[in-house]
Design a protein around this ligand. Structure first.
Ligand SMILES: C[S@@+](CC[C@H](N)C(=O)[O-])C[C@H]1O[C@@H](n2cnc3c(N)ncnc32)[C@H](O)[C@@H]1O
Length: 268
């Protein structure tokens, strides 16, 4: 068994891992992430304490599925490419997407998280882990910026301070010739409301960075161009419980609510 002793934003990888593991066990599974289920079996931790509510597992799987799809779409357009999977946690995206030899894939998270990953998941060709804070300017020097990049950041940006997050984005823009960011983000209001999010509270994590629109993200740097964005409430394919669907209905009436959590695709 593998012991975990994570706190704050690092501990927020536990509810998302658990959500994907629960989804894998469902007869109606969205992601079929059996590696997440096996990882949960190997970790010595009481996952009932992570603060998931009924339906959260489905919402987590739908979120991951959306970003997997966007990532696959971008990779299909590239003959050679780097993937930076930032704040990867214990997500098995590299195994789910299983890219070909034209892709060099980097999973980046804090050293403690990477150490844990390496105990749980096997190595694979073209795949490397980097144990560092994403906001540390040094780690990017390990990655050759000679080809386009796909940056995937799921459940990450809200845990960065705004100026650190923007500096990270600009460093990536300076390092690669072109690329795409696919990520989710909270609005400012959404970031404030995280005080009510049980999983964030259970991890004792702090949420900092919220942004309200594509235009706000494009304003980080003139090279950024938002391709599309989608409210998390529009992800439902009928599998979320009635309480989630009711919230989604209400959110359509109040614009501020519709954009609490949004998925973005941004090119450069
Ligand atoms: C909500 S979890 C999401 C993990 C994974 N993307 C998933 O969907 O399961 C947030 C992740 O971001 C990582 N993270 C937060 N701030 C970070 C930073 N400054 N540098 C590296 N990783 C960070 C945490 O360690 C954690 O693994």
């Amino acid at each position: 068994m593998t012991k975990v002793n994570l706190a704050g934003e690092k501990a927020t990888l536990l509810p998302t891992l658990y959500g994907r593991a629960l989804d894998a066990q469902s007869p109606d599974s969205i992601l079929h992430d059996t590696m997440a289920y096996e990882a949960v079996q190997q970790i010595e931790f009481d996952f009932s304490t992570v603060g998931l509510r009924r339906g959260d597992d489905t919402a987590i799987a739908l979120r991951a599925h959306c970003l997997d799809d966007w990532a696959r779409q971008y990779l299909a357009t590239q003959s050679e490419c780097v993937v930076l999977h930032l704040g990867c946690g214990l997500d098995t995206r590299a195994y789910r997407i299983d890219p070909g030899p034209q892709v060099r894939w980097y999973d980046v998270d804090y050293p403690e998280v990477i150490e844990l990953r390496q105990q749980l998941f096997p190595d694979r060709p073209g795949y490397q882990c980097i144990g560092s804070s994403v906001t540390d300017p040094m780690w990017l020097a390990e990655v050759k910026g000679d080809v386009p990049v796909l940056v995937v950041a799921e459940g990450l940006f809200m845990y960065l301070k705004e100026e650190e997050g923007k500096a990270l984005v600009r460093r990536i823009l300076d390092h690669f010739p072109s690329g795409q960011f696919v990520f989710d983000g909270l609005s400012r209001r959404g970031a404030q409301l995280q005080k009510l999010n049980k999983a964030v509270q259970a991890a004792k994590a702090k949420v900092y960075w919220g942004f309200d629109s594509c235009a706000e993200w494009e304003a980080i740097d003139a090279r950024l161009h938002c391709v599309s964005s989608m409210s998390a409430f529009d992800l439902d394919d009928g599998r979320l419980p009635a309480s989630f669907r009711m919230t989604a209905k209400v959110s359509k009436v109040f614009t501020g609510m519709k954009n609490l959590a949004v998925f973005y695709r941004v090119d450069f």
